[in-house]
Write a protein that binds this ligand. Structure first.
Ligand SMILES: Nc1ncnc2c1ncn2[C@@H]1O[C@H](COP(=O)(O)OP(=O)(O)OP(=O)(O)O)[C@@H](O)[C@H]1O
Length: 786
């Protein structure tokens, strides 16, 4: 299969290579003028595909002149694959950054926006800065939705600045930045606050990480805070007094903790209540569980870090801070309480999207990574993306040694340290990659004890990332890093290092999947460089404990106390070794199942969100006037269809609640028929709208008001709906049993809830249109919603 696809790509490569000499002879200005020429031809109807050979030849030549790098044939092949909407699997260090310039230039010619999406700020900013030069030289604009972390905090862009970024020919952004911007753009209540264009073309860098691993965590924008609770502090204090196996139990494999009967008895005594399971103590019960989880299942420096008096979650896949992400439903506050930092607002989510849905919005999607083949089926299923493997430019000469496995953590530390010391003695640079901040600190401590100077790169030190990476390939360098240095990081070898054997990569934990292993190994042996990689594992590695293979646990129990740091004994038993591998593949399949579940549950909210956002856009970009009376009438009809007014007071209540809270009363001779009720309601509405029109002077301002009021109705109801769906999902999952398809139940309920929301939107619209106050101050409309 791969060969067939490669053959197709090679045809284009041939055409591009045939133009090589001709383009090399062009003067700088003739080369730059090609952009205009291509754009003219596009305008006349020529297709991108037919421009491909010339455009690729042009940008390739420009890469050489501006960046000093002439894309190799294999990179051109990769570039063509990216244009054609494949995932180009190019081995680590083959130069994907440069490869992307080719299809980005070609697709940027359309002026519809060609995006390079990557996992983190450091990579996005680095690549945009380096590659930006060549696009500008060729007369294309580039927008950068990332910033230099060493120079300070994230800039807060105004909508007009975002519009410039997203309006550029080529855009470099992080996936998180893009997702949040999409959600914020869809919270705008007027044209001048919107900045996104329709999504056209994207190349997703580190495609497997972004599209699969990170895609497990949906993006959430938080909104109005819920009432603050003092139960966090009380619950936290209580939990710290509990004794393990008496008051609570903890299952390490599942990373689950629960309070025992004895624990609950203790709680009843402590809080002086009779029955904690009584409904009136629901909130306390919930907070106790949150506090228990905060203490027993969330670990500092593994799951989160504490920075600037804040809890920042860590991404399991790459050890980086998950910018802007919070644990939901009060869990975040419980962890804050545990760490004694100020409690943030416990907000409900206002808008949310998964990456699966976000990327489905691109007209054309492609991706690149060093590791995609093992997950090709999933890529096809979730994104319709096929993988094509691109050959390397030079053979990879890096040596990947088989894993060394030890029983205990101490033995693993001892063995790996001996190896590191030996390498360091001869001056070979070493990169030690750990699975958590905690372990990175242990290694740092051990190295200090040996008097070895080294750098530590983890979530606490990302501001120094570029500087640390620059040093990491020099003679004598020792770098301890979490997996955040495991992808994209380009470590260049210093003078004399190749002769010493290149970079040595020492991995010191069993990683969640093989792709992460390969990426870590791939920090060495780039561009045909020498280098090697070696993993040191132990039966106390997190993944082995979590994946619970009984034979391994038994082996561990029987052997753990016999070894120590100074006397590490490697496990040679092939059966035990194969079980360690199995723990990793178990984990891979459960990761995949979890992703499948995310996709399945996402279907409802995806459909609902699309309908709702389209409705919002229709209002924001409405060419014709919005007929407020028509919307009010529909709301009245809805109400009359579902509600039977029993007497005049009932009608009056409805008017006071929804139409006019100063309403004086119905006429004495009012006859209670639906027709009459509707008539009087329409009269009140029409009078109120006329009054507002008088205040707002002209029709244009009145239309602005109507639009904002209806958007407000949509948004408030949508916030409710997002919350309802989230809770519904939790409820359905916790009820899930065998032979019962929870997703079916979920989608059925979600549909009902959506229909209710549509009715409620109209109801709220009436309220916001009629019961709000408008004023006209200093040439601006001011609106107060009750
Ligand atoms: N055509 C070229 N000629 C010379 N050097 C090149 C060329 N292409 C790339 N390089 C160099 O190769 C190195 C690796 O490039 P890059 O970091 O883009 O690799 P990558 O494929 O993204 O790796 P990873 O998979 O680890 O992210 C860089 O130092 C880059 O300058």
């Amino acid at each position: 299969m791969n060969n067939l696809e490669l053959r197709h790509l090679k045809k284009d490569l041939k055409a591009i290579n045939a133009l090589k000499d001709e383009y090399a002879k062009l003067s700088d200005s003739d080369l730059k003028n090609k952009t205009q020429e291509f754009r003219k031809r596009l305008n006349k109807g020529e297709k991108l595909d037919s421009l491909l050979p010339e455009a690729f030849a042009a940008i390739r030549e420009a890469d050489k002149r501006v960046l000093g790098l002439f894309p190799y044939d294999v990179q051109v092949l990769g570039g063509i694959a990216l244009h054609r909407g494949y995932i180009a699997e190019m081995k680590t260090g083959e130069g994907k950054t440069l490869t992307a310039t080719l299809p980005l230039y070609l697709n940027g010619l359309t002026k519809k926006g060609a995006m390079l999406v990557t996992t983190n700020n450091y990579l996005a900013y680095r690549d945009a800065t380096e590659m930006g030069k060549v696009y500008r030289w060729m007369g294309l604009t580039i927008g950068v939705n990332a910033y230099d972390e060493s120079k300070g905090k994230e800039p807060q862009y105004k909508p007009e600045e975002k519009r410039v970024i997203y309006g550029s020919d080529i855009i470099y952004t992080t996936n998180g930045g893009l997702g949040f911007d999409y959600l914020i753009d869809n919270l705008a209540d007027s044209k001048d606050k919107k900045y996104m264009r329709d999504f056209y073309y994207a190349i997703v860098d580190e495609a497997d990480e972004v599209l699969l691993d990170i895609a497990q965590t949906p993006l959430i924008i938080s909104g109005a805070p819920r009432v603050k609770s003092n139960l966090y502090a009380m619950s936290d204090q209580f939990i710290t007094m509990l004794k393990k196996d008496q008051h609570y139990e903890y299952d390490e494999e599942e990373n689950k903790a629960w309070i025992t009967d004895e624990g609950w008895d203790f709680a009843e005594k402590f809080f002086r209540i009779e029955n904690i399971f009584d409904n009136k103590h629901d909130e306390l019960l919930r907070h106790l569980n949150l506090a228990l989880r905060a203490h027993k299942t969330y670990e500092k420096n593994r799951d989160y870090v504490v920075q600037n008096d804040e809890i920042n979650l860590l991404d399991d896949n790459n050890g980086r801070v998950l910018a802007g992400m919070k644990l939901q439903a009060g869990q975040h506050q419980a962890v804050e309480q545990k760490e004694h930092v100020e409690l943030s607002d416990n907000t409900r989510s206002m808008a949310t999207i998964t990456y699966q849905s976000l990327f489905a919005k691109f007209e054309k999607l492609s991706g690149m990574t060093g590791t995609a083949k093992t997950v090709e089926d999933e890529m096809i299923e979730s994104y319709h993306l096929k993988v094509v493997q691109i050959p390397t430019n030079k053979p990879v000469i890096r040596k990947d040694y088989p894993n060394k496995i030890y029983t205990s953590l101490a033995e693993k530390l001892g063995a790996s340290l001996q190896h590191i010391l030996k390498l360091h003695e001869k001056g070979q640079p070493v990169l030690i990659v750990t699975g958590s901040v905690e372990v990175s600190e242990i290694y740092s401590e051990l190295l200090l004890q040996q008097g070895i100077a080294h750098n530590v790169l983890n979530a606490y030190s990302t501001v120094k990332e570029a500087a640390i990476i620059k040093e990491a390939g020099q003679k004598n360098a020792v770098t301890v890093a979490t997996t955040l240095a495991g992808r994209g990081t380009d470590i260049k070898l210093g003078k004399g290092v190749a002769e010493l054997g290149g970079l040595a990569v020492i991995g010191v934990e069993l990683m969640p999947n093989r792709r992460i292993d390969m990426q870590i190994r791939g920090r060495a042996g780039r561009q045909g460089d020498p280098g090697f990689s070696q993993f040191y594992l132990s039966l106390e590695d997190k993944l082995i404990i979590r994946r619970g293979i009984e034979t391994l646990h038994r082996y561990h129990r029987n052997h753990a106390d016999k070894g120590d740091l100074r006397n590490p004994r490697e496990i040679k038993n092939p059966y035990i070794k194969s079980l360690v591998k199995m723990a990793q593949s178990y984990n891979e399949s459960s990761e995949q199942q979890a992703r499948q579940q995310t996709v399945e549950y996402d279907e409802s909210i995806k459909i609902q969100r699309d309908i709702l956002y389209a409705q919002r856009d229709k209002l924001i970009y409405a060419k014709e006037d919005i007929d407020a009376m028509k919307i009010i009438e529909e709301g009245i009809d809805n109400h009359l269809a579902t509600h039977k007014f029993t007497d005049k007071n009932d009608v009056l209540r409805y008017i006071l609640d929804n139409f006019n809270y100063n309403y004086e009363g119905l006429p004495n001779n009012f006859e209670l028929t639906n027709k009459n009720i509707k008539k009087i309601l329409l009269e009140i509405a029409s009078k109120e709208l006329t009054r507002k029109q008088e205040i707002l002077v002209n029709k244009h301002q009145m239309q602005d008001f109507i639009r904002v009021a209806i958007l407000k109705a949509i948004d408030t109801q949508w916030v409710e709906e997002v919350d309802v769906l989230q809770q519904l999902k939790q409820a359905v999952i916790s009820r899930a049993q065998a032979q019962w398809k929870p997703t079916y139940e979920y989608h059925k309920e979600a549909k009902k809830s959506f229909d209710r929301m549509r009715v409620n939107i109209k109801k709220s619209a009436i309220k916001y249109l009629l019961q709000s106050d408008v004023s006209w101050k200093k040439g601006k409309v001011e609106i107060y919603f009750a």
